[in-house]
Design a protein around this ligand. Sequence first.
Ligand SMILES: CC(C)(COP(=O)(O)OP(=O)(O)OC[C@H]1O[C@@H](n2cnc3c(N)ncnc32)[C@H](O)[C@@H]1OP(=O)(O)O)[C@@H](O)C(=O)NCCC(=O)NCCS
Length: 366
Amino acid sequence: MTSPNIPVHRATPDRVAALGEMADAVFRPHQPPGQGMPREFPHLFSAENATNLYYVESAGTPVSMVGVLPQQMVLPGVTLDVASIGSVATLPAYERRGISSAILQRVISDAVAAGFPLLLVSGERGLYRRLQCVAVGQMWEAEWTPFDAADRVPIKVEEVPEDERFAFAARLAELYRREPYRFRRTDAEMAVRLNALWTQRKGYDQRLFTCWEGGHLVGYVVAYRENRMPEVVDVMEWAGSRLAVADALPNIQRAFGAARVRLRVHRCDTTMQDRLRQLGVALRSAHVQGTVRLLDVEAFFAQVQPLLEERFGERAAVARHGDVWTVQVGDLRVTTEDVGELTAWVFDAGGGLDLEFPHTDDLNYI
Ligand SMILES: CC(C)(COP(=O)(O)OP(=O)(O)OC[C@H]1O[C@@H](n2cnc3c(N)ncnc32)[C@H](O)[C@@H]1OP(=O)(O)O)[C@@H](O)C(=O)NCCC(=O)NCCS
């Protein structure tokens, strides 16, 4: 329930600019107001998405906000609606009065009422954990100095200049959409995303590389280097041929003049894991970035039924008594009043359903 003392508003298109400026005052204070977050997250701060920007105002000016971007997450066999949350900010003079908590509670109750099955939040702080958002999933992460593989014909790697990214968007989106764990992304969204996020952020050098084999576009890599950590190139997103991307990494590292490359590999991507192990690269396990919570529990299990039937041979039986949920899928069963615990049971191993989550720290997140 939203605190009755804190009225929470949903924005209209004419309020989007003021909210972008408020978010910049908190997250990008060294940039001209409105030139930071709105350019990094153009889908979030758009007129079309205005109604999903929640805020609290004082004397007609926003002082706290939470941004929501409705997304669709693709797992093999199903597509799930997700309310992605970001840009959670309160101006310093208004902090610690429970304003962000009140906005988030309103977001959650609206999203449950709208039948959203899942909430995805950018952070892991107490603010989110108190709302039963939990860290889930597992991915593989590696950081190493890549070297040219002797057993392969070299892949041609080309850096795409900024003014050509738009022209490549549709072809790269095609490669992205072949990934089994991902978010839905149109060609137009790909074009916007390639030119947003870190490319718009001071202090980050982000570049796009394409990988070619026999004249065919077979993969791409979006990588960035943070000015204050120049020795590491972080691969934010990649898609396409595993061999081509792995073999492109020495070139990409050299293009940045960095010492090491950091790359994340989906836990179901055994081809890339095998290739990296073959190259002697050590992989370590990490949680998927951010936190997650089931919202409309019944809607969630209804949407994942095809996947559960295929994997477990049965539909989920979902029952609610008061605040207590009982969910049974085949021999697996959980009874809890903690939605966070239920969320972990769905996405983690260790006795639960172990549904694999896509990566969230790529061009998708919001
Ligand atoms: C994080 C942030 C959004 C919190 O905003 P806020 O309006 O102060 O949030 P709340 O008041 O609801 O809760 C903040 C803290 O105050 C405490 N609090 C809430 N009501 C309180 C009250 N009446 N009296 C005292 N403390 C209170 C909460 O316990 C909470 O602490 P915790 O998160 O460390 O556990 C704000 O500090 C901010 O903008 N920070 C910079 C940007 C940022 O980091 N955003 C999050 C990105 S993941």
